[in-house]
Design a protein around this ligand. Structure first.
Ligand code: GDP
Length: 209
């Protein structure tokens, strides 16, 4: 049994000086704009509007931190979720993209509290070039990654499992690293929370600077 007990916004940051302190194990969420990242974080938090579900894709340009208290089999733990700005926004200028990339890579490579990264892909569309680059980058820097394919409700039931396998193949990850999810059907939430819990148990992959 896994359930969210409480959730709250912590802070917004654009650089390490602004990252929250406290040493809470952290899980980051990445994905292209409009993939369903806010909806997924809200579902994990058990709140409808912790993160605003955006109707203007690409508007968020900051790292947003949330704390979620989860209970698993009677054990209570706080996980910090880092919502990273969505990528693949066509109208973004080259220069703005470089600034954005620096903000994300500085965080992903250096954040000591970071235990793992959830890469969110669209189950219907499949992985994009940006998703593939992200996974390659995470492997390079040695960060544990979990792929969650969302909007699974848009696929007929018979196509869901084969699609998840195809996503794993395209991203060159183990099929066990790919979970299916739907915010609208409330599907896959327990498995995702369980995976986050297990990630938060792992040691930090950042060695002393
Ligand atoms: P974000 O930009 O990645 O944070 O994405 P949002 O969570 O704001 O969602 C973008 C759009 O996709 C919204 O219109 C949501 O209602 C829709 N959406 C999010 N999750 C799901 C899902 O699991 N299934 C379906 N069918 N639509 C979803």
């Amino acid at each position: 049994m896994i359930r969210p007990l409480d959730a709250r916004f912590v802070t917004t940051a654009v650089a390490p000086e602004g990252y929250p302190g406290g040493g809470t194990p952290e899980i980051a969420f990445v994905g292209r704009s409009n993939v369903g990242k806010s909806s997924m974080i809200n579902a994990i938090a058990g709140r409808r509007k912790l993160v605003r579900v955006s109707h203007t894709p690409g508007r968020t340009r900051t790292l947003n931190f949330f704390d979620v208290d989860l209970e698993v089999d009677g054990e209570r733990r706080t996980l910090r979720l880092a919502d990273l700005p969505g990528y693949g926004f066509a109208r973004v200028q080259k220069k703005e993209r470089a600034t954005w990339e620096r903000m994300i890579t500085t965080y992903l490579a250096g954040r000591r509290e970071l235990r793992g990264v959830v890469s969110i892909v669209d189950a219907e569309v499949g992985p994009t070039q940006d998703d593939m680059r992200t996974l390659r980058y995470l492997a390079e820097i040695g960060r544990p990654a979990l792929v969650v394919a969302t909007k699974l409700d848009r696929l007929p039931k018979a196509r869901r499992r084969p699609r998840l396998r195809a996503i794993a193949e395209a991203l060159r990850v183990n099929p066990h690293q790919v979970l299916g999810f739907s915010a609208t059907e409330k599907q896959g939430l327990t498995a995702v929370c369980q995976a986050l819990w297990e990630l938060s148990d792992r040691a930090s992959t950042v060695v002393d600077p």
